[in-house]
Structures are given as C-alpha cells and as structure tokens.
Design a protein around this ligand. Structure first.
Ligand SMILES: Nc1ncnc2c1ncn2[C@@H]1O[C@H](COP(=O)(O)OP(=O)(O)OP(=O)(O)O)[C@@H](O)[C@H]1O
Length: 633
C-alpha cells in the first residue's frame, strides 16, 4: 500500500519510476528495501570524517579542545595515583598529620585543576557543536545550490537532500559530541587503565571484558538507528509532503474548497503510524541490548570486586591498592560507558556524514568539463545544434534533433501544444540543462564548456513557475541582478517597464512592503500583479537575452497585447525568446518555431507560416475564429 502511495507520489511529482539516463538509475522498490546493517569496521573512517568536519569548521577551538581532553585524561590518572599515595600514608604504621598535608594538597590541587578543565571542556564542546552545525549547514547549502539542475530530477538526490537538510541542525552537534567524547574517554581510559595496571594488571583485563558487550550494544544500536533513518527517508518525504499540503498557505484554499482535509490527513497519519511502529521496534531492540550489556558488566565488575576482597584477605593486596583499584574500576566503568555511547552517537550521525560526503562528490561529479571557456563578449548568435534531451525519469526523448538559430537582437517565438517541449528547449537555450546530444552555442562557444554563472549573466528569464518571494517588492525586483545596486531609479525603471510601478506605489509601504500577509505589515498580490513583478525582475537583470515562458498567462488580453506591442522598445535591441499559447501575441516575432512532440516542425514569420497552411496556420485560424465568436456574443 505504502509502496503504491510512494510510487504515486513520485509520479505525480513528474517523476516516473523507470530507466534513468543518468548514472544513478532510480528504483523505488530498491530505495524502500532496508539496507544491510553497517559493519563496525567503518568506525575508523567515520571517526576520521567526523574529526575532519570538526577541525575544518573550527580548527583552533577543536585543537584547544583536544589538548584539554588529553590534559583531563592525564589528570584523572594523576588523581588516582594521588588518592593511592594518600591512602598509603593514611594506612601506614605511624600516621602523622604533617606527612599527610602534602598528599592532601596534591590531591586537592589536581582535583581543582581537573574540575576546572572539565568545566572549560563542557562549554567548549557546546560551542564547538554550534560552530560545526553552522559549518555543516553551509555545506548542505553549497551543494544544494551548486549541483546541476538535473540532480533535482533524481529522487535519490532528494532523499539525500532531505536527510542532509533535516540532519544538518542536530547531527553535527551529536557527531562532534560523540567524536570528542570518544577522544576524551579514550585518554581517560588510557590514564585510568595505566593507574589500575600499576595496582593490579589483571583488573584491566577484567574491566575490558566487562564492558565489551556495552561497546557492542552501542555500536549495534547506532547502526540500527542509522538504518532506521535511512530506510524511512522516502516515506518521510512523502509524509512531509502531506504535512505541507495540510499546513502551507498555497494549498489552504484548495484544501478547503475540495474538502480534502480528511483524505490527506488519513494518508499522513497512515505514514506516521508506520513510522511509529518501526520506531517502537527500534526502541525495543536497543533497550534489550542496553539492558543485557549493563547486567553483564555489573556481574563482571562484582566478580572483580570479589577477587579483590580475596586478594586483600589473603594479604596479596594492600588496602590502599584495593581502595585505589575500586575507585579506578568505577571511573573506568564510567569512561568506558561514555566511550561506548560516543561510538553509538558517531554511528547515528554517520548518516549525515555520508550524505554530506556523497553530496560533495555529487557536486564534483556533475561539474563541467575542463577547461572552462569564456562566454564571448560580443556574440552575435545563439544556436541550438541538433539538440536531443530527455529527463532522467522518462524513457522517451523530450527533444529530438532541434536546430535553431537566434541572431542578436531578434525576437523569436516558440509555439506548440502542451508538452511539445517549449519550456525544456528554453531551459536548454539558457544553459540550465545540458543536451544529452548536440550543442547549444553562443557563436562557436559551447555553453556546456562555460561557467554556469557566466552563462546565466547572458540570460534573463520569466519562468512559467516563477518564484513569488515573500519579501519586499524591492527585493522581488532586485533579485533579478543581485550584483547590481538596487537603487530607487533602476528598480522603479524596471517596475515601470513591466507596468508594475503603479500597484507597487499604492501598497502600504510601497517598494518596502513585504509581499506576504503572513508577515507583519505584509500584503498579497493578484496573480497578474505577481507576474508583472516577475517581468520587472527580468527587466532589472538587463541581460542580452530575455526568455519569456508564458509571461502573460495571468495578464488580461489587453495588458498582454500592450506588453508585446512594446517588447521591442522595452528590450532595446536585445534578444527575446517568447513562449506563448496566444498566437495573436506572437505574430509580430521575427521568426516563429512550431514544436510538436519535441521537434521543430515549422519555422518562419507569421506570413510564411500562414502561407504554408500547416499546423501553425490551422491553430492560428482556430484561435482567431474563437475570438471572433466571442466578439459576436
Ligand atoms: N521535470 C520533468 N521530468 C520529466 N518529464 C518532464 C519534466 N518536465 C517536463 N517533462 C515532460 O517533458 C515534456 C515537455 O515538457 P515542456 O514543459 O517542455 O512542454 P511545454 O511545451 O513547455 O508544455 P506547456 O505548453 O504545457 O508548458 C512533457 O511531456 C513533460 O511531461
């Protein structure tokens, strides 16, 4: 059932499960299948990665921290030895108060210094956790913003992204605490172990055996938690999606209009219950392992104490040594427990580490071939040359053998029925996707060989699904060219060109009004007003090429006609690629390309295409007669 829901979700999101073109073929059944438990052998690698991330984030704090750990480890051993010599002095034949004083002073001083170091360590650890968390979040942002756009078509990438996003806040702290806890406990264990060894070497072996099950239990429970989180991800993404549908503003109106609340809630709850059931199982497993290992440890420590009593009663061990050994056993037990829980924490957070590492590999793997070529400064034509393209999740080609040329300053139009490939071609022309075959060129320079940011500088776009930034009107426009100063003159100029100035000026705080009623003092806009704002953003970018993908779908007919009448003036000699379903608006383009099932089937001016009496002419006539009918009625 869940598999069906998950499959339906991915398909509804436009991602059909099938053979992918990219190297990372995706199979939902594969993803939903639990992965194998991780082996304890991966611990050294995980620790290395955890330390690398920590030291990368805060080299100085981490180094200071490491020194404090060593210091505390040695300090605890020194404390034990000081206790031992105090006990020896106390239990000696002739106890003189004067001889005890240096022992007391030594023990108090060591204890005070170790106590102070512990306090510093606790606070440093918190600080380090925060710094690593911010650093790790930055890494997730870096990857999320630098991967190829096509990565977002890959559900496996979304799983990684989701995990990294959710885990970036808590896991780094857990990981740092765990890794540093291991470091600290290891030093302490070595120190106390050495002190215990001096007293009775056999006891060191007893303690190691006693805590081995705890170590195993922690490793296993860490890896079980890892598997749980990993296997839950696809389901959790689906549950989050239902959660969003139920609580986010964009869906609130339709949810109420269709009375969808219960239906969506049921789906959400079903997934939540599945998660809870799996989690209960995990908790039971971990609890069982934890209890068994604790009981075993307690039993073995009790046996060690019995041996100790026997040794003392037979005179083979002094009382001072027995007292020291007892204290060492307790201390060692505590440190070994924290060592074990540190290992568990590192295992749990390894999911995050792995995602960050595979993320970075992803970013590198998808980077452009070297050497990078410069975008020609004064290019004179943008050309698609026998371009083929298919989305990773679709078997069929979306574009096949598309060739077209746009000279600088020309206005061209792409028309065709829904799904014919217009938006996809526009994204290829903008260098957002790479063709699977063929090339997109600026003069003779292949866009695939250019730095994405350089290509982006050449292009301004109004996308079909443009973003409505819930920020100020000024931001909404200025985001068109973040490197350009958002001064009043240029922002209002762009707004005027998109006919947006008047309604922005009438907002409560004009250009500074937050565009979202969910924010204090915020206002919302109509669909057409948002579209004008998106247009203003593209005008503000002032790039040599402007791609308008149905930029007027939400505008009324008069506004649309007015915009296209003015587009040549507005663009001041720049290149325009226009996608529209309203043929009347594209008729003035220098060339019109008609797409059908991913191929250009007709090209020419409006006059040429009408004379051809083909697909364009038929659709144009159909639309014109529909308008004429509307006029009559
Ligand atoms: N992200 C995607 N993943 C898989 N297939 C996609 C994706 N985006 C588009 N497609 C498919 O590619 C084909 C072309 O889509 P495209 O959006 O380019 O068409 P279009 O001509 O712009 O359509 P419309 O006029 O409806 O906007 C369609 O069959 C569509 O289903």
């Amino acid at each position: 059932m869940l598999l069906r829901i998950a499959r339906a979700f991915f398909e509804r999101e436009g991602v059909t499960v099938g053979v992918a073109r990219t190297s990372r073929n995706f199979d939902l059944d594969q993803v939903l299948r639990p992965v194998r438990l991780r082996s304890a052998r991966s611990l050294p690698r995980l620790l290395r990665e955890a330390f690398a991330l920590t030291f990368d984030a805060a080299p100085r704090t981490a180094t200071v921290f490491a020194f404090i750990q060593v210091f505390i480890g040695l300090g605890v051993a020194a404390q034990l030895l000081a206790v031992r010599s105090l006990l020896q002095a106390l239990l000696g034949d002739q106890v003189e108060v004067g001889t005890l004083v240096p022992h007391v002073i030594a023990l108090s001083t060591i204890s005070a210094v170790v106590g102070a170091a512990n306090a510093v360590r606790t606070e440093q650890q918190r600080l380090l956790g925060e710094v690593v968390s911010i650093h790790a979040t930055g890494k997730v942002i870096d990857v999320g913003t630098s991967v190829d756009l096509l990565a977002f078509e890959d559900p496996a990438f979304h799983d990684s992204l989701q995990r990294a996003r959710l885990n970036a806040v808590v896991r780094p702290v857990q990981m740092t605490t765990g890794a540093l806890g291991i470091l600290s406990a290891s030093f302490a264990v070595v120190g106390i172990g050495a002190a215990l060894f001096l007293v009775q070497p056999l006891f060191v072996l007893f303690v190691a055996v006693a805590y081995a099950p705890a170590w195993l239990a922690a490793t296993r429970s860490g890896s079980a938690a890892y598997d749980f989180s990993r296997n839950q991800t696809p389901r959790e993404r689906l549950r989050n999606y239902f959660f969003q549908l139920l609580t986010d503003k964009p869906y609130a109106t339709e949810l109420r209009a269709f009375g969808l609340k219960s239906a969506l809630r049921d789906r959400h709850d079903e997934l939540a219950q599945r998660r809870l059931a799996d989690f209960r199982m995990l908790v039971r497993q971990r609890l069982k392992a934890g209890l068994i290992s604790s009981l075993l440890a307690a039993g073995l420590i009790a046996a060690t104490l019995v041996v100790m009593i026997l040794l003392v009663s037979t005179g083979r061990m002094t009382i001072a040594d027995a007292g020291t050994a007892a204290a060492a056993l307790v201390l060692l037990g505590q440190r070994l427990q924290s060592l074990a829980s540190g290992v568990g924490a590192v295992y749990e957070s390894s999911l995050f580490l792995e995602d960050v590492t595979s993320f970075s590999a992803e970013a590198h793997g998808r980077s452009r071939p070297q050497p990078i070529e410069a975008v020609p400064a004064d290019w004179s034509r943008l050309r698609a040359e026998d371009v083929h393209f298919s989305y990773p999740s679709r078997m069929a080609s979306t574009l096949s053998g598309v060739t077209l040329e746009i000279r600088r300053g020309e206005i061209i139009a792409l028309v065709g029925e829904n799904g014919s490939g217009k938006s996809t071609l526009a994204k290829l022309l903008a260098g957002l996707y790479q063709p699977s075959d063929g090339r997109v060129l600026l003069d003779d320079t292949d866009l695939a060989r250019c730095a994405p940011d350089d290509v982006a500088r050449q292009i301004g776009m109004v996308l079909q699904d443009f973003v409505r930034y819930r920020l100020s009107a000024r931001d909404n426009i200025a985001f068109g060219a973040p490197q350009r100063p958002a001064d009043d003159a240029s922002v209002t100029d762009a707004a005027r060109r998109a006919d947006a100035h008047e309604f922005i000026a009438s907002l409560p705080d004009a250009y500074e009004t937050p565009l979202g009623p969910e924010f204090l003092g915020g206002s919302d806009l109509s669909g057409g007003q948002w579209q004008r704002l998106a247009l203003a953003r593209a005008f503000f970018r002032d790039a040599p090429v402007l791609i308008l993908d149905e930029p007027t779908a939400a505008l009324d007919a008069r506004a649309e006609a007015d915009l296209f009448d003015r587009i040549r003036d507005l663009q001041r000699g720049r290149t325009v690629v226009l996608i529209s379903h309203r043929f009347s608006t594209v008729r003035s383009a220098d060339r019109i390309h008609v797409l059908h099932e991913g191929q250009i089937v007709e090209s020419g001016t409006h006059k040429d295409l009408m004379a051809l009496a083909g697909r364009y002419a038929a659709l144009y006539t159909l639309q014109a007669s529909a308008y004429a009918d509307q006029e009559k009625h």
